[in-house]
Design a binder for this molecule. Structure first.
Ligand code: CA
Length: 261
């Protein structure tokens, strides 16, 4: 396996509220939100709590551990926000890929996971955002969604409510596949065709990360940009009983909307 990650503050914001992790088995991107420093706290605390849960509960099957790890991070953010008035309103997106007797993907918010296979890009996640919902329902085109004034409204995030629903999937990944995890600082600037061209065209994962960040910055860099690129080789995703296509997709969670600053 070859993989690389890069996070960049962008060209407008002072702080980078994104967090990420990549260790060859667990890969995460998280995009924090909330006033002052709360967004940074939210994304970094969520990633740390998730990794701790993963370590402490290795006896659990991977999908259960993935789901419960994300719920544990959610629980921690919710209680921190209750106890610290300065952190009230903080939240984070969370997209995690675990490779272990299969590939396991957990997702909340509008960060994304993509698969590049044989030069073609497909999405492995659905955004939990207002505009994505409107696209699915036929009220907006994807192009309109990217410039819509309410494109920052997201419908599901960690820290938002204690009854969180995590989208879970076990994508059928194999040798030769390239996976991208990214925050919306990348996808608000580049559309899927542009992403596909870069991912298919730049072979080295580290160079590919640099190129993706550079292109997002060239389009204004209005948001923090975080990318993780993973190139799978033979043996990276051992076949297990849980591996297979598809996976559970939950419906839109009811409740408050969440707006980035
Ligand atoms: Ca963002």
């Amino acid at each position: 396996m070859r993989y690389a990650a890069l996070s960049d503050v962008g060209r407008v914001r002072k702080n980078n509220e994104d967090s990420w992790h990549a260790d060859g088995r667990v890969f995460v991107v998280a995009d924090g939100m909330g006033g002052h420093q709360a967004g940074e706290v939210a994304s970094s605390v969520a990633v740390e709590r998730f990794l701790g849960y993963d370590l402490e509960n290795r006896h659990l099957p991977p999908m259960k551990r993935l789901n419960e790890g994300i719920l544990a991070a959610n629980e921690l953010l919710a209680s921190m926000a209750t106890e610290n008035p300065g952190l009230e309103g903080m939240g984070t997106t969370f997209t995690a890929l675990v490779l272990e007797e299969g590939a396991f993907l957990g997702h909340v918010g509008d960060s994304r996971a993509y698969l590049l296979r044989d030069g073609r890009l497909t999405s492995l996640t659905r955004d939990h955002s207002l505009v994505a919902k409107m696209v699915r329902e036929g009220f907006l085109t994807p192009r309109q969604a990217r410039v819509h004034p309410r494109r920052n409204v997201i419908l599901r995030a960690l820290g938002m409510e204690r009854r969180l629903v995590v989208d879970l999937a076990s994508p059928d990944l194999r040798a030769g596949d390239r996976v991208l995890l990214c925050t919306d600082g990348l996808t608000s600037g580049l559309d899927d065709e542009e992403l596909e061209a870069i991912l298919a065209g730049v072979e080295d994962p580290e160079e590919c990360c640099r190129r993706l960040v550079m292109e997002a910055n060239a389009r204004g860099g209005e948001d923090n940009i975080t990318v993780v690129v993973i190139d799978l080789e033979e043996g990276d995703v051992p076949r297990g009983r849980a591996a297979g296509k598809g996976g559970a997709k939950a419906g839109e969670a009811k409740g408050r909307w969440w707006k980035r600053r």
